[in-house]
Design a protein around this ligand. Structure first.
Ligand code: GLU
Length: 472
């Protein structure tokens, strides 16, 4: 039974800090965070840094920053604390050693002295005779004297968990439904490495989920076959077992697991390119999870509609175009101050302070990344204007008379775009795209872009006049 004050739902993200987090990993974190929020529960962060060679503090710091940037705040874990700490596995060794001792005392675990060569050989033999490879049980049968003899030789043993044959481990996967695994196929497995007596992944991960009161584990389907082992460990130690759900993997456009080539990016990269956190979150929340509503949603809505039955079983296909769609939406929805910050220093240097909000409002519908904001800032506020692509041809074709009329119309109505256009229509005889294209081309250097009226106001009468007069 749950303790009175423990939440009904506690999910967790348990990264190994061996590098920057990529979209695949962070989607796992996101699903757990959304499910916790959906159930008004707790999202816990645990750092699985037992692999001392590959784990780095700077990766831990970076991944915490990345999670926070995305809005994936944890309510329990490093930096925020909680009653089940410490939350870095490198600091939990004492706890693991206690549970190793318990298992050994009960005869449920034993030291194994087999060398890697012996293990490889046995594996080969089993595979050759068509049997699933599992530990042959050599050291399970050693008597105390035989053990001592090996210890005296200075062999540093691993610790193996004893798996009883003839049993079946069953559980209901939150995503994949009923699962069953025969213990005959599992075999005794290593729970403590020989190097430094450190806990193996199976062990520390299972013990910590139980001790930290995690109720739901959503993780990659590559962990599915680990789950029966972990359940056996939890049972042997009379610890609670969380509900496990194995989410489908992400594949690239070519159907193979997501890689750098097929679009996998680190969260860091996405941020540096200029993706907004809610764009990434909106996209990833739909990668292997189905929302009825495809509209861009805020955090609370995403969490409210997130649910386990909506998690897909087939591989989720990563699609950069979808991410871009949500990015445009995020740009549309962000507040002016956020977008201004996002646009960056080069934009800040060009756009006068008094015109910030108007600039943001004018261009937000036409930009996806900060570089495009910079383009429009240059168009509007830089001293010179280069005509892009076809714009030059359009201007030439309209001819000097058109621009003489345009300059006169502008001089008559410098602050009233509609009146200016009316007048130009009348004086030049041009209409429709024959009027708007050359006007836009001369004023902005482009044939497309944000609405012209606010751009005209932003660039100011003097600049507009000069740009029209240039082609007379
Ligand atoms: N540290 C493990 C990993 O990053 C955690 C797996 C799990 O979520 O249980 O793969």
């Amino acid at each position: 039974m749950r303790a009175m004050n423990s939440p009904a739902v506690k999910t967790r993200f348990a990264p190994s800090p061996t590098g920057l987090i990529h979209v695949g990993n962070v989607r796992t974190a996101l699903f757990n965070a959304l499910y916790a929020r959906h159930g008004h529960g707790v999202f816990l962060l645990r750092i699985e840094d037992t692999d001392l060679e590959r784990s780095r503090d700077e990766h831990t710091i970076a991944l915490m920053e990345d999670l926070r940037w995305l809005g994936l705040d944890w309510q329990e874990g490093p930096a925020v604390g909680g009653e089940h700490g410490p939350y870095a596995q490198s600091q939990r060794d004492e706890i693991y050693q206690r549970y190793f001792a318990l298992l050994e005392d009960e005869g449920l675990a034993y030291p194994c002295f087999c060398s890697q060569r012996e293990l490889d050989l046995s594996r080969k033999t089993q595979l050759a005779s068509g049997r699933p490879p599992r530990y042959a049980g050599t050291c399970a049968r050693l008597n105390p004297e035989e053990r001592q003899k090996r210890l005296d030789k200075g062999i540093q043993p691993t610790l193996r968990f004893r798996v009883l044959d003839g049993d079946v481990v069953r559980f209901e996967d939150l995503v994949r439904g009923p699962q069953s695994f025969a213990t005959d196929d599992i075999g005794d497995f290593v729970i403590r490495r020989s190097e430094g007596n450190s806990a193996a992944f199976f062990f520390s991960n299972a013990i910590d989920d139980a001790l930290m009161g995690v109720t739901h584990v959503l993780r990659g389907e590559d962990h599915l076959t680990n789950t029966p082992r972990q359940i056996l460990l939890q049972r042997a130690l009379s610890l609670p077992t969380p509900h496990y759900g194995h989410i489908s993997m992400i594949v690239g456009s070519d159907g193979t697991p997501l890689s750098k080539r097929s679009g996998s990016r680190s969260v860091r990269e996405l941020r540096e390119i200029g993706y907004l956190p809610l764009a990434v979150v909106n996209y990833l929340a739909r990668l292997g999870h189905h929302y009825e509503n495809n509209a861009y949603m805020a955090w609370d809505e995403l969490a409210k509609d997130f649910d386990l039955p909506k998690l897909g079983r087939s591989p989720a296909r990563y699609d950069g175009a979808q991410l871009d769609y949500y990015q445009r939406q995020a740009v549309q929805h962000a507040d002016s101050k956020t977008l201004w910050q996002w646009m960056g220093e080069a934009v800040h240097a060009l756009v006068p302070a008094a015109q910030r909000d108007d600039f943001v409002a004018a261009v937000r519908g036409n930009i996806m990344l900060p570089g495009e904001a910079l383009h429009w800032a240059r168009v509007l506020f830089a001293a010179t204007l280069a005509l892009q692509g076809e714009a030059q041809a359009v201007v030439t074709q309209a001819g000097p008379d058109f621009f003489a009329a345009a300059a006169a119309a502008h001089a008559a109505h410098p602050a009233d775009y509609a009146a200016m256009v009316e007048r130009l229509k009348r004086d030049s005889g041009a209409k429709g795209k024959n009027l708007f294209k050359p006007l836009r081309a001369a004023l902005t250097g482009e044939l497309d872009g944000p609405e012209l009226a606010p751009l005209l106001t932003l660039m100011g009468a003097e600049r507009a006049r000069a740009r029209l007069a240039r082609w007379i």
